[in-house]
Design a protein around this ligand. Structure first.
Ligand code: SAJ
Length: 409
């Protein structure tokens, strides 16, 4: 069976390789020639634990191309960014992928959409495009991805999946494909509900992080250590407060709630949570200013550019926002991220990033930052702001640093 996977990003590529390792003939399709060339030359366009092993094993079952050819199955895993101006989903990549499938689709072939989309997108946009060229006789399902970057392969294999299908036959066919590598349960639903479920999952997490962030700012006002308070509150059997931090990044949580709430007149908490999480970048700059006071030509160092620990993804990263806000307030901002490959915006090492700095700010919880020896840093002022309660504060204090923790006044 030949499967074409459209979009070779953080979801499409691992999915392709898992399917290739399960024995299917995979054609990975991407409009970006750079991605296609990188893969054809035997290299990966990004890193993810376990991906390289799958890539090596899959070689003769995995081909890449910039064109879609007729296949038994098509899986669409293209991005759905946020239209920043009007805060609704930009589904142009999904439309283009659907149009390229429409050119080659035949009866009895199956189309699966995995991209995160507003409810109704399959029904109102994708299916009409496909039906224009193949009026009936094809199969269709929506199966949202559910894997967390940093543990993508593990979660793709072990998490439960939801398949929303237009009919029983479509469900059975889609289920057979996923059952080839998914060890979790597979649940049946309709297409629109599945689109909605995906958005609820990410919105749920975004709102819960916003609550933790709000608690942390209130705790600062009261002179309470939020980290200790959360640990205690979480001893209640029905309470599970998440971690406050510098804000929420990534291509999912920072965007998907708008797909759910964007056009709805009945949403308040969803948009408010987005506001709170976005506000955290301003809060971090405010804490920094308070820490270093009024000095000439202030310089700060951001540890981490990626949106969360141990990944190289910088999309919607709180670091980028903090950098912009701080620069707008007259700070010189140096950034160091050992994981991000494009070093144009990052210093080459911690020494370059910290020399002459007035405050080191831990933004991303990369394990590698735990190895920094604060005694060796040639900073101008010894200040550390830890926005994630991540570093060994005693170590930094012993090296003479004044340590401030987000959520502890
Ligand atoms: N964060 C906090 N505090 C926390 C947890 C996370 O500030 O307690 C921040 C992170 O630092 C990061 C952001 O939130 O900036 C998002 O990180 P994450 O690890 O919570 O989630 P993502 O965006 O990497 O992946 C999410 C996952 N969704 C859910 O957990 C409901 C994943 O399962 C989805 O597949 C993925 O979105 C997606 O692609 O939709």
């Amino acid at each position: 069976m030949k499967i074409s996977v459209l979009g070779l990003g953080y979801i499409g590529l691992p999915t392709s390789l898992l399917l290739a390792n399960a024995g299917y003939d995979i054609i990975g399709v991407d409009i970006d020639t750079k991605v296609v060339n990188t893969l054809s030359n035997g290299n990966l366009p990004f890193e993810e634990p376990g991906l390289n092993d799958l890539f090596k094993k899959a070689r003769n079952k995995f081909k890449v191309s910039t064109n879609v050819e007729s296949s038994d199955v098509y899986i669409i895993a293209v991005p759905t960014p946020l239209d920043e101006e009007i805060k609704i989903a930009d589904i142009s990549y999904v439309k283009n992928a659907s149009r390229s499938i429409a050119k080659v689709i035949n009866h009895d072939q199956l189309v699966i959409l995995e991209s995160t989309v507003p409810p109704g997108t399959s029904e109102n946009v994708v299916l009409p495009i496909l039906k224009d060229s193949c009026s009936s006789g094809f199969y269709y399902a929506y199966c949202p991805e559910r894997a967390i970057p940093g543990k993508t392969i593990y979660e793709m294999v072990s998490n439960d999946r939801i398949i929303g299908a237009i009919n029983e036959e479509s469900y059975k066919k889609a289920k057979e494909i996923y059952a080839s590598f998914v060890k979790g349960n597979i649940y049946k639903s309709n297409v629109k509900t599945s689109e909605f479920v995906k958005l609820m999952e990410n919105t749920f997490r975004d709102i819960n992080i916003a609550l933790a962030n709000e608690f942390s700012m209130i705790a600062e006002e009261f002179g309470i250590d939020i980290w200790k308070a959360i640990r205690l509150a979480n001893r209640h059997p029905r309470v599970d407060i998440l971690n406050p931090g510098p804000g929420v990044g990534g291509h999912c949580l920072a965007i998907d709630p708008f797909f759910l709430a964007g056009k709805s007149k009945n949403s308040r908490i969803v948009k408010l949570a987005r506001e709170i999480n976005d506000f955290m970048a301003f809060h971090v700059v405010k804490l920094t200013k308070k820490m270093i006071g009024d000095i000439h030509n202030p310089t700060i160092t951001l540890l981490g550019l990626a949106y969360k620990g141990n990944v190289d993804d910088i999309r919607e990263s709180p670091s980028l926002k903090i950098k912009k806000i701080a620069e707008g307030e007259g700070f010189n901002v140096k950034v160091f991220d050992p994981l991000v490959k494009d070093r144009s915006s990052s210093c080459k090492d911690i020494n370059e990033a910290s020399v002459g700095s007035d405050c080191i700010i831990l933004v991303t919880d990369h394990c590698e930052f735990k190895n920094i020896d604060p005694k060796t840093l040639l900073v101008r002022n010894k200040n550390l702001l830890d926005t994630r309660n991540f570093l060994d504060h005693e170590l930094w204090e012993n090296a003479g640093f004044k340590v401030k923790l987000l959520g502890r006044s």
